[in-house]
Design a protein around this ligand. Structure first.
Ligand SMILES: CC(C)(COP(=O)(O)OP(=O)(O)OC[C@H]1O[C@@H](n2cnc3c(N)ncnc32)[C@H](O)[C@@H]1OP(=O)(O)O)[C@@H](O)C(=O)NCCC(=O)NCCS
Length: 141
């Protein structure tokens, strides 16, 4: 398994995986195209396993998206993607990375805590389909 910068050739597969992982409200392919500078892909034998998107403004980073295909979960792909995100953030000299996660998304919250993100706030009814609070988490670099 390797993690690398995504290219335009990866966009259709990334958008397809996004639709599989977030069927109620997937990002369209153009959102990934816009985030290309911070878009990482995890792959194995030429197959896309997952992706992550880091955006930044000045020294503030935001993990905007991360997902791993259902049949390849629990094999460390998200761990590697997050390590890649942290490396990219340090290269950009970011001060912190922030993110929002559904309050009921136990696997993702466990993943972020494992990587040192701490809860810093809550946005009431932030998500729709279904309606749910967002937990805000931050990793100080
Ligand atoms: C969250 C997600 C990205 C994790 O991907 P993954 O490749 O399966 O994760 P990894 O195998 O790298 O696991 C890394 C850590 O995440 C946590 N984790 C992952 N899946 C978990 C689960 N089902 N239950 C509890 N903890 C879990 C654990 O801390 C794990 O470390 P460990 O293996 O040492 O226990 C994946 O479940 C996913 O794509 N979910 C749907 C999309 C999503 O919710 N994205 C986040 C939006 S904010």
């Amino acid at each position: 398994m390797t993690v690398r910068n995504a290219t335009v050739e990866d966009l259709p597969a990334i958008a397809a995986l996004e639709r599989a992982c977030f069927p109620a409200d997937p990002w369209p392919e153009r959102f990934f195209a816009l985030g290309m500078g911070g878009l990482l892909a995890a792959e194995e034998d030429g197959q896309l396993l997952g992706y992550a998107v880091l955006s930044s403004v000045l020294d503030e980073g935001s993990l905007d998206n991360i997902a791993v295909s259902p049949e390849h979960r629990r094999r460390g792909a998200a761990d590697r993607l997050l390590a890649g995100v942290e490396e990219l953030a340090r290269e950009r000299a970011l001060s912190f990375i922030t993110l929002e996660v559904r309050a009921g998304n136990g696997p993702a919250i466990a993943l972020y805590e494992k990587h040192g993100f701490a809860p810093v706030g809550r946005r009431k009814n932030y998500y729709e389909k279904p309606r749910e609070d967002a937990i805000l988490m931050t990793l100080v670099l």
